[in-house]
Design a protein around this ligand. Structure first.
Ligand code: ATP
Length: 282
């Protein structure tokens, strides 16, 4: 039996985010196209003879202990399994926090998967997704493991048959944007039913044509820097640029690695206080 596992928890971007409607339970029905990208938190999960669950991270704005979503994931699986072992989780944070990149949800999914293996629980992916959606709406996507259309609150997932591999430049201006604040301030004004989205994207132009995020209507007026980053990425050669999730991170899509790296470097030099990296889609 393994004593410890170390896993990578990737970030995501939303190629598309449509808010379909508000639900009585306070959540929103969404329709999204979600893509994992190769910017990862590193998570080590170990058994311990000392009972209890301990989560350490040490990054700013990420709680240690019970408030961490990784702690909630560990408790859910320990309760279900009845195992009496202690669990230590250490997170090396690389994904910007509260940034629209899904870092907490990805950490949660990774702990569910990692503990399922470490404790040899044999739970199916579907079962882990049922447990995960109670902890965070984006958690099932990270367990799903492939680019997907996500509906409901994010738990109804359909794989996308073909999607181009790309370079993605992520730019975060380090202004805090709370997801709850964004949804509270969203005006649902769409009167027409949503047009159907394609199930596959054979080229970059087809993918760029569907890029859209309803939440920009809240964030860009309040944080004009988000619109400015979109312009900047386009001026540096991005095929398209869009805010991810509830922001404030903006991503630009590039076909060529060299152009993506040059854009990230240029933005990093211009704005040393921002986070700017070039990463590949997964
Ligand atoms: P969401 O849209 O779900 O808020 P996000 O990508 O914008 O996602 P996260 O980085 O997941 O934001 O963080 C959201 C909040 O969750 C933060 O305020 C943070 O304090 C809290 N949090 C709890 N556990 C974690 C974790 N493991 N990693 C990051 N944030 C965490």
């Amino acid at each position: 039996m393994l004593h410890s596992v170390t896993l990578q928890a990737p970030a995501k971007v939303n190629y598309r985010l449509d808010v379909v409607g508000r639900r009585p339970d306070g959540y929103h029905d969404l329709r999204m196209i979600m893509q994992q990208v190769n910017l990862c938190d590193e998570i080590t999960i170990s058994r311990s003879v000392t009972p209890g669950i301990r989560v350490s991270c040490g990054a700013a704005h990420v709680p240690d202990g019970e408030e961490n979503i990784a702690w909630k994931a560990a408790r859910a699986l320990l309760e279900l399994s009845g195992a009496d072992t202690g669990i230590e989780v250490h997170i090396t944070k690389r994904i910007p926090v509260a940034a629209g990149l899904g870092g907490g949800s990805s950490d949660c999914a990774t702990v569910l998967q990692g503990l399922n293996d470490l404790l040899e629980l044999g739970l199916s992916r579907e079962r882990l997704m049922e447990i995960g959606v109670r902890l965070g709406a984006d958690v099932p996507f990270f367990l799903f493991g492939t680019t997907a259309r996500a509906e409901g609150i994010g738990e109804l997932l359909t794989p996308l048959a073909a999607i181009p591999s790309l370079w993605v430049v992520l730019v975060n201006p380090n202004v805090p944007v709370s997801t709850a604040w964004v949804y509270r301030n969203l005006q649902l004004t769409r009167k027409e039913p949503l047009a159907k989205l394609p199930d596959s994207f054979d080229d970059v132009a087809a993918l760029c044509a569907v890029l859209s995020n309803d939440l920009e209507s809240v964030t860009i007026p309040a944080f004009p820097v988000i619109g400015e980053i979109k312009e900047l990425l386009r001026s540096l050669g991005a095929a398209a640029a869009m805010m991810s999730g509830s922001g404030p991170t903006v991503f630009g899509l590039f076909v060529e690695e060299a152009a993506a790296r040059a854009a990230a470097d240029a933005i990093g030099h211009q704005q040393p206080g921002w986070f700017a990296v070039a990463v590949e889609t997964l």
